[in-house]
Design a protein around this ligand. Structure first.
Ligand SMILES: C[S@@+](CC[C@H](N)C(=O)[O-])C[C@H]1O[C@@H](n2cnc3c(N)ncnc32)[C@H](O)[C@@H]1O
Length: 344
């Protein structure tokens, strides 16, 4: 039984797929490219090595170039053929979870995103980032690029890992969040930005940057971010100037309530952020990979703009959330259209 859909194997020209296929021992584990295609998985969850192989080699969900894999990326990425992916967007664990509290929508909430976000100490955290970043470099096409998001808890480690893996840095984007939650302790500045690193695989490669699309984005930017003190929309104008090049500071709110209709992911990214990234750095038909897909915000943007998507997460509940979000987008073509029309 072929574990990867023939389309993926053909399109990615994956010779290594044979190894994965022959290693799959579980006869009931048969991916047929639909939701819950794998009864072993959906019914029982983990049940040993055979099941783990199945999870890694048949998609948990596959529809219209939107494929989700339930796997640990450190194990899964080496199975992807070299030079097969156009762009990686990675939002890896920040390893910032602790026993402390933060403020969210006026409420005190624990700073624990999940066990996957607990720090294992500086050296182990770095080894983790280095391992997946090296794999991403191998699987990217020569002119491919990688985006990594993070805060100071992780982004310097990722930046260093990029450098020693011989990536060539293109930008460090400051994602400013105008609606960031206040700081409860009042002992330091309120964290209100994340950093996005953008790098290309090869120093001298010609990577994709849709420059004019970004200029047009600025030209057509309609959204008003009203200043809570003076009531004017000045903040918006500082960061968006018509006819100018797009700069490296992006003012984008954290996900809106409507983006959490189908459930919450503790570190969900804004659709607007991923729309911008996908439009800026990929073309129609490109393969986009997200090794820490969570609720698959990357996948939604990929689908919306007709890119192919592979998302990986080791938590089933997040893949299920991804499917609900994807189905809604896919089913409702009107919504898709209005989504596009509402783009700046
Ligand atoms: C920061 S979140 C990504 C959120 C995502 N960008 C979104 O918009 O929803 C990181 C995700 O990585 C997953 N994860 C952590 N370690 C992993 C690993 N080794 N392999 C695969 N997924 C992992 C977690 O389950 C979590 O959903």
């Amino acid at each position: 039984m072929v574990r990867w859909t023939p389309r993926i194997v053909a399109e990615l020209n994956w010779r290594g797929a044979r190894v994965a296929e022959s290693a799959c021992l579980e006869s009931t584990c048969a991916g047929n490219g639909t939701v819950g295609s794998n009864p072993t998985l959906s019914a029982t969850g983990l049940c040993g090595d055979a099941d783990r192989w199945c999870r890694m080699t048949s998609p948990y969900y596959s529809k219209q170039n939107f494929d989700l894999y339930w796997a640990d990326s450190l194990e899964f990425l080496p199975k992807i053929p070299a030079n097969s992916v156009d762009m990686v967007f990675a939002d890896p664990p920040y390893f910032l979870s602790s026993g402390s509290f933060t403020c969210q929508n006026g409420r005190m909430v624990s700073v624990k995103k999940g066990d996957w976000d607990l720090s294992s100490g500086t050296e182990k955290n770095f080894a983790f980032h280095l391992a997946w970043i090296r794999e991403c470099r191998r699987l990217l096409k020569p002119n491919g690029t990688i985006w990594i998001s993070g805060t100071y808890h992780s982004i310097y480690q990722c930046g260093f890992a990029l450098e020693i893996s011989k990536f060539h840095l293109l930008n460090d984007i400051a994602w400013f969040k105008p609606n960031a939650s206040p700081n409860l302790s009042c002992r330091f500045f309120t964290a209100s930005h994340e950093t996005l690193l953008w790098a290309r695989k090869e120093k001298n490669a010609k990577h994709t940057f849709n420059y004019q699309t970004m200029v047009d984005w600025e030209n057509n930017y309609r959204k008003k971010v009203r200043c809570s003190r003076c009531g004017k929309s000045t903040c918006d104008e500082i960061l968006h100037a018509k006819g100018r090049q797009m700069r490296s500071v992006w003012a984008i709110n954290t996900p809106q309530r409507i983006e959490k209709t189908f459930g919450k992911h503790p570190t969900q990214k804004s659709v607007e952020l991923l729309n911008r990234i996908v439009l800026a750095s990929t073309n129609k038909g490109d393969v986009i990979l997200d090794p820490f897909t969570g609720s698959s915000t990357t996948g939604l943007a990929a689908h919306l703009f007709e890119r192919r998507f592979i998302g990986i997460d080791n938590e089933k509940k997040y893949l299920d959330l991804s499917i609900r979000r994807f189905d809604e987008l896919d089913k409702n073509m009107e919504k898709k259209t209005s989504f596009q029309q509402s783009l700046p």
